[in-house]
Write a protein that binds this ligand. Structure first.
Ligand code: NAP
Length: 495
């Protein structure tokens, strides 16, 4: 029996939509996009906390083939990203092929029928020739198991489940976490609450954010002369690329640039925070780039406000009316905001159970061996499977770079499948090992291994201490390889 669908895509964020657009282009339009949330947009649907905005300039953080001339700011607010996602879904006719509130519980390769069988909670399994997972990197929220948290009598909000109806005015609030989310959220919460205590375990590097509204005259220019927006995208992407490739990946050869970025962040802190002790506590003790750096003109300043407190003692337990720190003090609160991020390495790689050829479990394979994926997209023993959020797949600083490189990889791979009239592809062990060896060697001179990252607690590192998230090559290299990888890195089988 032929499978029901050409392809099943899991995830209706920008990654899943890019995959859908490419499947259509390849003539594999009979696909379905399964999404656990009630609407499309992934991160930009789930995250709605105050202050949410993109931290890569919008000319770059968008599909190159679908520019939006009407971004209101250099760094668009979250709601605009959500509207952009809706526009893309409608324009590329994806919405009708999305199924929301559909939780995929697992997928299994059926070698008899050469198809994937995808299980759905509370529903019938679906079958498809190809499976593509686009479940995101930062999609499994993490709540630390603070002792006593279940006894807290006030309101608990994780930043990924913001309660729009909860009024923060006059509250005594705590924010736990000082990652990129907290950097955006802290100034907004401070504006309305009576008292705010920010619990920091590891300080974050913050550099100034060069942000401003994009005047209508420029938006019109982008609209009428698309080349101008393309030029802006090229200039911005080049600057980001230099930062990433030179400052992070070639840390060993270009320590000065990395140090320069650190000095800029320290100068920013110096000019923004009046109290020397607070400045000391906010100063990172690991190299710039070990963790994703952030941009803000308002985060540091907030700590000058008399009702905002920085707490660096570790959290011992939560009680019904407050948080007790290791020094025995209780901070009384009625609102507990968890800006505690995501769990990548225990539950997100992969986000669902995936069983390939010979019963191999992808999650177990990655944990028992090393996290790996050829070109950050395919894995031996997993035929007809594209894992779009894989170890070593994230290329550059804008996720759209990764998405579009993977779309190109799909184009080349499926082109060869069609030429051979094949039904099944699988990456070879040899090609996978060579890729893993290559990225492992390249990472040696990166800030992750040559710098001082041991105290950063960065999610770039997995439980084995490997920085297995980012692809350690330029985005140009990622795009070049996506259109030129050796075709015999795969084996192809006909029906
Ligand atoms: P995150 O960077 O993982 O930060 C989580 C924070 O929670 C960290 O400060 C962490 O401290 C703290 N934390 C976790 N467990 C804790 C515990 N047991 N006790 C005390 N503190 C604890 O998560 P995020 O801020 O949500 O950001 C994740 C990523 O999302 C960013 O790096 C960025 O890539 C993306 N993001 C992007 C945007 C944007 O584009 N606009 C905005 C927000 C987020 P430690 O550091 O000590 O672990």
């Amino acid at each position: 029996m032929a499978p029901r669908f050409d392809a099943i895509v899991v995830g209706a964020g920008f990654g899943g939509m890019g995959a859908g657009i490419e499947l259509d282009r390849l003539g594999l339009g009979d696909f379905v996009i399964l999404e656990r949330e009630s609407d499309l947009g992934g991160t930009w649907h789930v995250n709605r906390y105050p202050g949410l905005a993109v931290d890569i300039a919008s000319v770059t953080y968008s599909y190159s083939f679908e520019p939006n001339p009407h971004w209101s700011r250099l760094f668009a607010p979250g709601a605009e990203l959500k509207r952009y996602a809706e526009h893309v879904a409608d324009k590329y006719d994806l919405r009708g092929r999305m199924r929301f509130d559909t939780v995929v519980s697992g997928a299994r390769w059926d070698a008899e029928q050469n198809q994937w069988v995808v299980s759905i909670e509370g529903g019938e399994p679906l079958t498809a020739r190809y499976l593509l997972t686009a479940t995101g990197f930062l999609s499994q929220p993490y709540t630390p198991p603070f002792p006593g948290i279940e006894t807290f009598a006030g309101k608990i909000i994780h930043t990924t489940a913001w309660d729009q109806d909860y009024d923060l005015t006059g509250r005594k609030a705590a924010i736990i976490g000082t990652g990129a989310t907290a950097v955006q959220l802290v100034p907004e919460v401070a504006r309305v609450v009576e008292e705010l205590t920010v619990f920091q375990r590891t300080p974050i590097w913050v550099v100034p954010k060069i942000d401003m509204p994009i005047p209508p005259v420029v938006q019109n220019l982008f609209d009428r002369v698309p080349l101008t927006q393309q030029a802006a995208r090229l200039a911005n992407t080049t600057a980001l690329e230099a930062l990433m490739v030179i400052g992070v990946l070639h840390f060993r050869q270009a320590k000065l640039l990395n140090r320069g970025a650190g000095l800029l962040a320290k100068a920013h802190l110096r000019t923004q925070v009046r109290d020397a002790e607070t400045r000391r506590e906010l100063t990172p003790h690991y190299d710039f780039g070990c963790k994703r750096p952030t941009f803000s003109n308002t985060y540091f300043k907030t700590f000058n406000e008399p009702h905002v407190h920085l707490e660096t003692n570790s959290i011992e337990r939560v009680e019904p009316d407050g948080i007790v720190t290791a020094d025995g003090r209780t901070t009384e609160i009625d609102t507990l905001i968890l800006a505690t991020g995501f769990n990548l390495w225990d539950v997100n790689f992969p986000a669902i159970e995936i069983i390939g050829r010979d019963g191999v479990d992808l999650g177990k394979f990655w944990r028992d061996n090393r996290f790996q994926a050829y070109e950050g997209i395919t894995v031996p023993k997993f035929p007809n499977f594209l894992s779009l959020n894989s170890p070593y797949s994230y290329s550059g600083l804008s996720y759209f770079t990764t998405i579009e490189a993977q779309m190109k990889h799909m184009g080349r791979l499926f082109g060869e499948m069609f030429r051979r009239d094949a039904e099944v592809f699988e990456v070879t062990e040899r090609a996978n090992t060579e890729f893993l060896d290559r990225v492992t060697e390249k990472l040696e001179s990166s800030v992750f291994y040559d710098g001082q990252c041991s105290t950063a607690r960065s999610y770039y590192f997995n439980q084995h201490g490997e920085a297995a998230l980012l692809r350690p090559t330029s985005t140009l290299n990622a795009h070049r390889e996506a259109v030129s990888f050796p075709l015999d890195d795969y084996v192809y089988d006909s029906a």
